[in-house]
Design a protein around this ligand. Sequence first.
Ligand SMILES: Cc1ncc(COP(=O)(O)O)c(C=O)c1O
Ligand SMILES: Nc1ccccc1C(=O)C[C@H](N)C(=O)O
Length: 425
Amino acid sequence: MNFEFSESFALQMDAQDPLASFRSRFHFPKVDGKEAVYFCGNSLGLQPKSVKDHLEKELNNWADLAVDGHFHGEDAWYHVRKKSKPALAEIVGAHEHEVVAMNNLSVNLHLLMVSFYRPTKERYKIIVEAGAFPSDQYMLETQIKFHGLDPADTLVELAPRAGEHTLRTEDILAEIRKQGDKLAMVNMAGLQYYSGQLFDIKAIAAAAHSVGALAGFDLAHAAGNALLKLHDWDVDFATWCSYKYLNSGPGNISGIFVHERYAERSDLPRFAGWWGHDEGERFRMEKGFVPMFGADGWQLSNTDVLGLAAHQASLDIFQESGIENLRAKSEKLTAYLEFIIREISGESGVLEIITPNNPAERGCQLSLLIHRGGKSVFDEWYHQGVVGDWRNPNVIRLAPTPLYNSFLDVFRFAKILEQSLKKFA
Ligand SMILES: Cc1ncc(COP(=O)(O)O)c(C=O)c1O
Ligand SMILES: Nc1ccccc1C(=O)C[C@H](N)C(=O)O
């Protein structure tokens, strides 16, 4: 694609964008009184204006029906989990019975590890990318200790080759083959939060299976961002959060995927609760846990109805816009941001894009390694209205999000970048 660094070009791209009207469905924050260039959907997605109505409806149900709301009418809270399934299944590429919204991400990682990490004396190693998000590192460390094992001996952390910033698929697959019979599971990000690298989930799952290991993924940065085909790729399990690209609000509900081959595996160990127990039998008040079919059998607690209501507002928008259309726009929008950065920062040496330039190996996020100026570069941009984020030790992440960002946003950022480079170059 031939891009141009001009306002008229950006406006023309927006005019041709079939998804452009979705922008008006979101609330945009202000920074120092200026409308922000919001490139932080990878941390917290913007609020859909429709969230208020969805919440109000449930607040009214609560006010008018109180406890009867659990079983009243079509929207009975007892069955509320079913509503989000069609959209979630589309977003992660799964059957509806393979997904369910529940808990939060780190909690779900632990629960899924209980079922799927079953180390033996011979087969106990876990492959993870080096520098995984801290919560994932703590999860792995404590799961390993829970089994009486030593993290130093159990975790195999894959780092990029010297002088490189991202992992090569061939190196990941080679390590899987090398660990072979010792490997219990690959448990890594689908899309790495720091580098923005999208891993080849299909190839990694296939390689893990070929040595008799399982493959689980943290899709916090992939869900609603990359095109996923979890069922077809034969992934064993996955979990994600909904407050980033899925725009469901701070700290809101997570989701899980469990491949259908485990749908009836009542023999798998799990930490159970009544919401995972057979729905028709739940109120018998009897002993003996019988898991529901599929991912539902991993639920513990009754569903957070208000959280799901906010989640649903955004899931409805995803169904309307279509994840494939979003991805098509996303590739162009991120490529435009990349073009702009290269065009303007050029040889200045202030920053370096470390996210792969191949669209198949990234989502919408670009991670910029800051070589000069450190965090003051980020602060400067912020005061000019750019909301990205700074991640220690020295990366600025920018995520133009196809649902609500425009090519004009990228152009506005370009002008700010141009000015700031005069200071830092
Ligand atoms: C990759 C990754 N893992 C885990 C988390 C933590 O999620 P939660 O606080 O929902 O458990 C986040 C973000 O917050 C994340 O980006
Ligand atoms: N939930 C949060 C609460 C406070 C501050 C950040 C977060 C994030 O989600 C960070 C995100 N996981 C990240 O990739 O940096």
